[in-house]
Design a protein around this ligand. Sequence first.
Ligand code: NDP
Length: 284
Amino acid sequence: MTAKIIDGKALAARIQDELKTRVEACTEHGHRPGLAVVLVGEDPASQVYVRNKVRACERTGIRSDEIRMPAETTEAELLAVIDRLNHDDAVDGILVQLPLPKHLSSELVIAAISPEKDVDGFHVVSAGSLLTGRTGFRPCTPYGVMKLLEEAGCDPAGKHAVVIGRSNIVGKPQALMLLEKNASVTIVHSRTTDLAEHTRRADILVAAVGRAKMVKADMVKPGAVVIDVGMNRDENGKLCGDVDYENVREVASAITPVPGGVGPMTIAMLMTNTVEAVERRLGL
Ligand code: NDP
């Protein structure tokens, strides 16, 4: 069997096209959605991410406000900017690009964002909403994975889903979102003994580890749907996922590539969260 490739790039483009219409509807109701992106320091990867997010805003018609601050910004200065954005009615979503320079506490900074504008879904209020099944912002990467499963025609209900990784931004919220869709969920991590024994029982396998090609074909159940969140460099410096793509695609029924799978979806879901914030407020 050769797996169907789930095209995240195409799906993300489609979602952003659909968002254009929703942004127009919000604007007609008197409020154009706005996203503030805060970048502290000069980290090259962060600069690329921020640029891509601002471009996605341009594509969807969302107003973007890019705030660049020097690496030596103090916590008080950053918190003052967040406070200003919290009170700015033109700003519906606030994103602080992580990682922050070492002297700044990301926990403190995220906690300062108003939960109503937490479009990244990292605030404890957003995490609590997900845990308790309430309306709230879902973290963009696992939210994007749920859309990819939908696109692949894979309903998690009744399936056994295994998530590798338990970070607050991917693994844990991913497991909760799969549970919300009625999967039976197992979370595995670096302290799990015999990881493969678990992964081999997965109908849906989500890898969010950060180790190049660690998921081998013999760790995957034939016919499983495999979603690769990882973004790593292989031995030749080429971008690759956590899944040994070439071999696993011979076993799985559907699989996401890296690049072109989960990555583009993360940005599409950030745009979705921003528009949803406005729609909720306008009662659309
Ligand atoms: P973290 O480093 O925060 O978490 C990694 C998780 O993997 C941890 O829970 C860790 O376990 C677990 N882990 C590490 N080694 C092993 C192992 N050998 N076996 C089993 N589990 C292991 O990473 P993130 O969750 O932030 O990101 C994961 C990957 O996803 C990275 O490659 C990152 O670049 C990528 N990513 C991609 C995004 C996208 O848009 N495509 C967005 C966000 C992340 P433990 O908790 O025990 O330490």
